[in-house]
Every structure is written in structure tokens, then in C-alpha cells.
Design a binder for this molecule. Structure first.
Ligand code: FES
Length: 234
């Protein structure tokens, strides 16, 4: 297997360059994930830098662009990728080193949507009691809370590439919609107004790269449509 990786060392490089590695196919089992391949390559070349932690698609730390598609290397089978694989860092983010990118702007957009419940604190509600939902109200949140913040969606979105400082990106908008549709949250209007700007949610053109890229099978594009609909009817 031939694996080409876009590499960048801030201490010695002025721009990224490609480096090609070779691995004997016999060292790659049918069930091997791409992360295992990268780990083997790092044994060959300890200078190769990439992030990983849980190794089972939960922590979201190993998002990368593989043969043009964003994915998590730990849950991407290596062999079906073919004999030649090209791995790049997630597009749209500053590169720190090799496959490690600076995701601060991504996290800032997440913080900006206040991704936590703001429920009633009126005197009528006994704060020692739970804020209850019906099963139907709770079911509306399915598909909204499972995001692992890997950034595969936002990093596949041209609107985010062009306006990373203004456009929140699909991950942050998915999180925002999760609280807009939560029956217990009392800040719906404030949340919607925070997005009601031409340089915010309306930068989304619904090309749906985000939904295609999500390794958890979520649908940020649909969440953004739901937010736009709520904004139009607020
Ligand atoms: Fe945690 Fe891949 S290493 S999601």
C-alpha cells in the first residue's frame, strides 16, 4: 500500500509538502482501520504527527481528509481505500503540524451558541425538581446531541472555508438547533436572533457536504434548514 501524507513542520517548512510511505499489504489485516496504518507508519517515522485518543469513534480527535473525503481514521477501514491513499489535514484550519490542525475557531463558534440548557428559573418552578419532558419532546433531540465535535462537517463546508470567523459552521449550528428545539429551553428567540444575519446562518447554501461528511450519520444540513425555518417564523 502506498500512503501519501501532506506534511508540515512549522520549525523547518514554509509550506506543506507531500511524503510517500509504503507498507507491505501483509501487515494490513482486512479489518484494520486507517488509524492502525498511521500508527505503523509512525513506528517507521516517529516524526509523523496526528491526533488520536479513544480509537473507536467517540472522542472526535482524529478527523482528517482521506482521498478527498473527511473522516475519522479510527473507524475508516484501510483496505477499501485502495492501494494508493492520500491523507491531508482537515481543510479550512491552520495547520499546527502534519495532520494536526488548530481548531480554536471551531470551538469558539461552539461556545458562541451557548451549547447548554437555559431553562426557566421562574419562582413557579421548584428548582429542586427536574425539568420534565414528554417522550415526544425528548425524541425531537435525537440526531442533535450525538455530535462528537470532530469538525469533519465544518471542515468540508466551503462557506466555513471562506468565512471561518463569521459563519458558525454546521457543527455549531447543529448544537444551536439542539437547544432551539428543546422544550425546556427558554432562550429560543435570543438563540434565533443571534443567527439572523446575512453573515451568519444565511451563508449556508445547503450543498450538504456537512451531512455527507459526518462520521456519526447526523444531518447538520437539515438542522440548519430547521433553524432557518424557525427564524422566518419567530
Ligand atoms: Fe477518538 Fe477516532 S480516536 S474518534
Amino acid at each position: 500500500m502506498q500512503i501519501t501524507i501532506d506534511r508540515f513542520n512549522p520549525e523547518s517548512d514554509t509550506k506543506p509538502h507531500s511524503q510517500t510511505y509504503y507498507l507491505d499489504d501483509s501487515k494490513i489485516a482486512d479489518g484494520s482501520m486507517l488509524l492502525e496504518v498511521l500508527q505503523q507508519l509512525r513506528e517507521q517515522d516517529p516524526s509523523l504527527a496526528f491526533r488520536s485518543s479513544c480509537q473507536e469513534g467517540v472522542c472526535g480527535s482524529d478527523g482528517m481528509n482521506v482521498n478527498g473525503q473527511n473522516c475519522l481514521s479510527c473507524i475508516t477501514l484501510a483496505k477499501p481505500l485502495g492501494e494508493k491513499i492520500h491523507i491531508r489535514p482537515l481543510p479550512g484550519f491552520p495547520i499546527i503540524k502534519d495532520l494536526i490542525v488548530d481548531m480554536e475557531i471551531f470551538y469558539q463558534h461552539y461556545r458562541d451558541v451557548k451549547p447548554y440548557l437555559q431553562a426557566s428559573t421562574e419562582n413557579s418552578h421548584d428548582l429542586s425538581q427536574e425539568f420534565l419532558q414528554s417522550p415526544e419532546e425528548r425524541a425531537k433531540l435525537d440526531g442533535s446531541y450525538e455530535c462528537i465535535m470532530c469538525a469533519c462537517c465544518s471542515s468540508s463546508c466551503p462557506s466555513f472555508w471562506w468565512n471561518p470567523d463569521l459563519f458558525p459552521g454546521p457543527a455549531a449550528l447543529l448544537a444551536s438547533n439542539r437547544f432551539v428545539i428543546d422544550s425546556r429551553d427558554i432562550t429560543t428567540i435570543d438563540r434565533l436572533e443571534s443567527h439572523d444575519r446575512a453573515d451568519n446562518i444565511f451563508r449556508c447554501r445547503h450543498i450538504q457536504n456537512c451531512t455527507a461528511a459526518c462520521p456519526k450519520g447526523l444531518n447538520p444540513s437539515q438542522a440548519i434548514q430547521s433553524l432557518k425555518h424557525a427564524i422566518a417564523n419567530k
